[in-house]
Write a protein that binds this ligand. Structure first.
Ligand SMILES: Cc1ncc(COP(=O)(O)O)c(C=O)c1O
Length: 408
């Protein structure tokens, strides 16, 4: 007899566009870091909806805030003010470099808004014809057409050409190439402080500060895409805070709504003021429901004593434990991470490990053929970290090394 998972998968395939290589898993319920599928099997979640469920699944305070807001006011047009949007903007401004916030619904939309703001700023406030955005190789900024052009990777762009003009990629983690690329047409430099989809690539200390200086000297804006790194993921509210610099524009999304779709860009008044009525808009952006969720997330991260320190501590512990595992397990080539954004380069396909983990009730994710990524809820508990380590260790130790395998 067909189980529920197979039944729902078959039904899903009939009606959903095949844009995702989905795992054979139909999820129904969640609590903390645990998910349950339609057949009742439990999974420990080290994916968090790809760095979204910052407070885990169905956090009671977040759920209550959303339930209360749903029963009060779901949506009004941005032709009017609404209370949760103002409250969320206030808390973001209070805890960042920025003076002003614009709300949208996703990471890609936030990147689009950042590009538009930078272009308009360059047009109005800088001499000459400045429109070009310099981005980094192996970056990821989203799937809409401008974000795709900013992403600059052939594997995402294939089939959608011509790619929008006005973007130029340079190698990541090299300030000199940015200095050389900036010219009379440059409007902005757009970077992730730590590349997420690129495999949790952490630049050398001093990189962001050097880029900040280049941008200042050239009168070019620095846009930081913190869609993945922001909202506590790296143990700081925003990853750039660890580098001691501030951007001119920052895009955020993912963890911001804790599971509801909300994105935003933040900027100082001098930049934000070029957006005037009619410049940019979003029907749903910053509606009361999603902002009530954002408020619950931001309040927890900023008001709960040592929430962010705990993210750093748990991340450090996990990275140290994985490095320890590496000494006993030659399949692990490298371990790197910051806070709870961690990657392991393997000598074998990451997909094999993910599939074995799935069978053992553990959800893992990969950024490329050989790179596993761990992005658990920020609220992950110590015993859950231990459980994940035990499962991962068992799987990796049971797998033959690729090289060893090739010899047999
Ligand atoms: C750094 C970064 N920017 C933008 C995006 C796109 O976000 P979304 O999928 O919400 O459009 C992502 C998604 O992974 C991301 O990691």
């Amino acid at each position: 007899m067909q189980n529920r998972t197979e039944k729902w998968m078959a039904e899903g395939e009939q009606v959903l566009m095949p844009t995702y290589a989905r795992f054979p898993l139909v999820l129904k319920q969640g609590s903390g870091a645990t998910l349950r599928d339609v057949d009742g099997k439990a999974y420990l979640d080290f994916v968090s909806g790809v760095a979204v469920n910052a407070l885990g699944h169905c956090d009671p305070v977040l759920v209550q805030a959303v339930q209360q807001q749903a029963a009060t006011l779901l949506h009004v047009s941005n032709l009017y003010y609404n209370l949760p949007q103002i409250e969320l903007a206030k808390i973001l401004v209070q805890h960042s470099f920025a003076d002003k916030v614009f709300f949208c619904n996703s990471g890609a939309e936030a990147v689009e808004a950042a590009i538009k703001l930078a272009r308009k700023f360059a047009k109005e406030k800088r001499p000459g014809d400045r429109f070009e955005i310099i981005t980094a190789e192996s970056a990821f900024h989203g799937r809409t057409m401008a974000a795709l052009a900013a992403t600059g990777q052939a594997k995402y762009q294939a089939g959608f050409e011509p790619v929008l003009s006005g973007f130029r990629q340079v190698p990541f983690d090299n300030a000199d190439v940015i200095a050389n690329a900036v010219n009379a047409h440059t409007a902005a430099v757009l970077l992730e402080p730590v590349q997420g989809e690129g495999g949790v690539r952490i630049p050398k200390p001093g990189y962001l500060a050097a880029v900040r200086k280049i941008c200042d000297n050239a009168g070019v804006l620095l846009i930081l895409d913190e869609v993945q790194t922001g909202i506590g993921r790296t143990g700081h509210l925003f990853a750039h805070q660890a580098a001691g610099i501030v951007p001119d524009i920052m895009s955020i999304a993912k963890g911001l709504g804790g599971g509801l779709p909300v994105g935003a860009i933040l900027a100082k008044d001098a930049v934000a003021s070029v957006f005037q009525p009619g410049s940019h808009a979003s029907t749903f952006g910053g509606n009361p429901l999603v902002c009530s969720a954002g408020l619950a997330v931001l309040k927890r991260l900023t008001e709960e004593a040592s929430f962010l320190e705990a993210v750093l501590e748990k991340g450090d512990y996990l990275i140290a434990a994985l490095k320890q595992l590496q000494t006993a397990c030659p399949l692990i080539k490298a371990v790197r991470g910051r806070g709870l954004m961690i990657a392991l380069d393997l000598t074998i396909p990451a997909q094999d490990v993910i599939e074995a983990a799935l069978a053992d009730g553990l959800l893992l994710n990969r950024t490329s053929e050989n790179t596993l990524r761990l992005i658990p809820p920020l609220t992950i508990r110590q015993e859950e970290i231990e459980r994940m380590l035990a499962v991962l260790s068992k799987i990796l130790k049971a797998k033959p090394d690729k090289e060893e395998h090739a010899e047999t």
